[in-house]
Ligand binder design. Structure first.
Ligand code: GLP
Length: 240
């Protein structure tokens, strides 16, 4: 694991966007794994700026998102479908047919998950996966568990995650289930970029980097990935 520490979230976002832009320039038909949450927003803003400046194009880019809530209308303001369109896709030239976001309302969740994994394989695998991290060390929605998960699956969210993410849900109650890429799907990405900012992530980052590899801290498995970089601000890195 490579660790890079930045003065603030803005400098971190410039570096994260740079890694993605380099990949996009190298292969304009790259397969990107994307994440939601507050952490990646400045990175997406910077990628939009680069697109508007004519430095990069998403015309042939394919994307797969890590996760999506179950039982939430696709166009709800808190769906990850809405998040990705508002924070990146609507502002760039990506083709909607190249965007893959799990359908959290699929009647057959197992089939939805299997089809998603098959689509990643058919696309040639993920070139770069962007990750945030939950306060409890979760990646995607892979919560602390007894065993590492493999492929995409339906998960019951833990109290810690419900508490952390409920701040966004003022109208509809927060869903208690989600579909998420499994730890195995995430680890299959050729390169992984994890970003974490703020003091609330410091313990999870400590356990991810310095702790043993355990499914109780899902992100700790990144220690075993051959090409993984952690981009941290000083607060998130404060316990290292
Ligand atoms: C959610 C997402 C994760 C994300 C996490 C942290 O639980 N499923 O992919 O990493 O939130 O979000 P934030 O960046 O808002 O702290």
């Amino acid at each position: 694991m490579e660790i890079r520490i930045f003065e603030n979230a803005n400098e971190l976002a410039l570096a994260a966007a740079d890694i993605f832009a380099t990949q996009i320039k190298k292969n304009p038909a790259s397969v990107l794994g994307l994440a939601t949450g507050a952490s990646p927003v400045p990175t997406y803003n910077r990628l939009i700026e680069m697109y508007k400046a004519g430095e990069i194009s998403f015309a042939d880019i394919r994307t797969f998102n890590l996760d999506e809530y179950c039982d939430l209308p696709k166009d709800d303001k808190n769906s990850y479908y809405t998040f990705m369109h508002e924070n990146l896709f609507n502002a760039v030239d990506i083709k909607e047919e190249n965007v893959h976001i799990l359908d959290g309302n699929a009647e057959d969740a197992e089939k939805e998950a299997a089809d998603f994994d098959a689509a990643i394989v058919a696309a040639g695998g993920i070139d770069i996966q962007l990750l945030g991290i939950g306060n409890n060390g979760h990646i995607g929605f892979n919560e602390p568990a007894d065993e590492f998960t493999t492929g995409t699956f339906k998960v019951k969210l833990t109290d810690s995650t419900l508490q952390a993410n409920s701040r966004y849900f003022d109208e509809n109650p927060m869903p208690h289930y989600a579909l998420t890429m499994g730890v195995g799907s995430i680890m299959a990405a050729k390169k992984i970029v994890l970003i974490a900012t703020g003091p609330a992530k410091a313990q999870a980052i400590h356990d991810t980097v310095k702790g043993e590899v355990t499914a109780q801290v899902p992100a700790s498995i990144l220690q075993n990935h051959a090409d993984c970089v952690l981009l941290l601000d000083k607060a998130a890195a404060s316990l290292l």
